[in-house]
Design a protein around this ligand. Sequence first.
Ligand code: BGC
Length: 729
Amino acid sequence: MESDKLSTLLKDMSLEEKIGQMLQVSGVFYTEDGVLTGPANTVGYTEEEIRLAGSVLGAVGTEQLRQIQTRYMERQPHHIPLIFMADVINGFRTVFPIPLAQGCTFDPELVEEGAAAAARESAAAGLHLTFSPMADLVRDARWGRVMESTGEDAWLNGRLAKAMVEGYQGRGGLRKKGRIAACVKHFAGYGAPTAGRDYNSVELSERTLRDDYLPAYREAVGAGAAMVMTSFNTLDRVPSSANRRLMRDILRGEMGFDGVVISDWAAIEELCSHGVAQDKEQAARLALDAGVDIDMMTNCYCRHLKKQVESGAVSEALIDEAVLRILRLKNELGLFENPYKDADAAEEQALALCSAHRQTARRMAAESFVLLKNDGILPLAAECRLAVIGPHAANPEIYGAWSMHAAPAETVTMEAGIKNRGCGQVCFAQGCALQEALGDQDGQGESTEAAERLLQEAVELAKKADKVVLALGEHRLHSGEAASRADITLPACQMELLRRVCAVNKNVVAVIFSGRPLDIQEISERAAAVLAVWMPGTEGGNAIADVLFGDVNPSGRLSMSFPYSVGQVPVFYGQFRTGRPCTEGTQEKYVSRYLDIPNRPLYPFGYGLSYTTFAIGPVQADAQRMRKSDRLRVSVTVKNTGSVGGSEVVQMYLADVSASVARPVRELRGFQKIYLEPGEEREVSFEITEELLRFHDIHMNYVSEPGEFRVYVGNSSETKNEAVFWLEE
Ligand code: BGC
């Protein structure tokens, strides 16, 4: 439809019909034939309200979506199509590694490729929009949703959020086949809940919000994301869905976002629980005023706006503005011409888990694994006698909390991956359950005997093996939404397994599955090698075998620091300068440190080992001084000094030595992933522009301040390889 016709359509719509467009209901309200069903309706919508709802979330599958759409449009007064949305977070039928793992690839192109594959699969299944990317910055491993973020660094998150948006949406318009719209979430600051507890309030200074938390959303918005979702949390005591300043002034005004804003699930009604709205009427008013266009899963808008417009308490112009944005999105997706978009049963079938997508998933998984420790026992030789032990060894549920369309039967387990590799003598044992059975933590009862038998069997296998691969980790639902944990160690039964196995075999490789950085201090001490594989997805097992046997040289680098212990969190490399900095190992008392643990995380951001070694030469800057209009080039030579080919992630960090406000000790401002054959050497260079040196100064202006800067180039956030330069007035 030509866009000017949308205004004519809007003028012709009744108030009720318009408000209907602003409601999103769940797909569980429909039967497979697209008929409305009663019992699932927990919100208490009337049939008419659901009938007018402009969008549906969570329903997938060509057949059902076609039916729902057809029936809806027949009755919708202007035959306006529905828009179908869902959480396609890390893949659809083909499951890619969780976003936190994707962060560890430091490979925006690969992340884009994964998002594009997910878009193709889900578009063919009838979807129009995904609630992804989650661009929230995360620094507290207790928070379960760190798995959905790409990590603790604003710069990396920004690059990857952009890559995801471009992967889903493409660059040629949303109508294009195989493309779906992207929704950036959760605006804003959802990644910083106090004490790591999900849905808790957020306290961020304006400067931290702007310097660290907003940039990744901004990148995603700049890449053209069609939608933005509000966050559940308060920011400066105001819940996002009622935060006019955040949604109108910052998102729309400063960032120039002109797409649709949707509330998070029930977030408008929750304005009452937050205590900023007395009732649903006021909640609806506040959210509309803040610029929230769609109410996800409450009846605040559909039941409480109309009478307020009629009484004059709410301006109809606000409603028109929201509805026009929604109609525009439907039009951009081409739904007025083709309400089914790419829904096609044959294609849905053909694309799901096709070999091209599986290959991308396998490559991405292998690239996301981070080798944290290696005493030299990896890679494994094909001929060794191997015991593969642990509750994750044969577990097909290694795909993260959001993959509700994944079928475990289609997932390659670690055991299957090792068998597929076809290596010498391998035997398998579960060793223990993923976690203690409820009620048996005190070690009573029958299940204790069964547990002991499992342990014994594992120990016997471990005794006879040359090497042991021990697959430990979290249950997939122990991270994700509403899955915060105060204790981020592994369950006692798994630790017992580790101790018993390590007592009989010194060659233990711990493979850790998790949705977050865990406290793995003891594992790291006992095991000879540690490989973090996150929740690796459909091809996880094959990818693990690729890396364990050295067919793929690990190149993942941590997107989030592994804490030394939970007492350190939030722990992240880009912390601020303090007045009493601590030098590692000091015994001095009055400095910023703990008495009982180090300040340093166990494994920092950017860290990761390889089967080869790289020598990174000194940082060469092409000048010592730069003017604001200059581009300063810094370079290093990187040489593969080992005997196998491998990829290195060369990282550039900048530090502002003295400024009007205390600055982070360093900040990532560039990275490049390069592959080098043994002996090969390459120059890697980065360009520093004045823009990279900006921050919010003492007056909250976004500027750079002249003076001394340090630039670090190396292969972790702790690199000491540095050069100094000056920015002139
Ligand atoms: C989550 C969102 C998600 C939405 C829809 C909410 O509970 O916070 O991230 O997109 O549900 O499923």
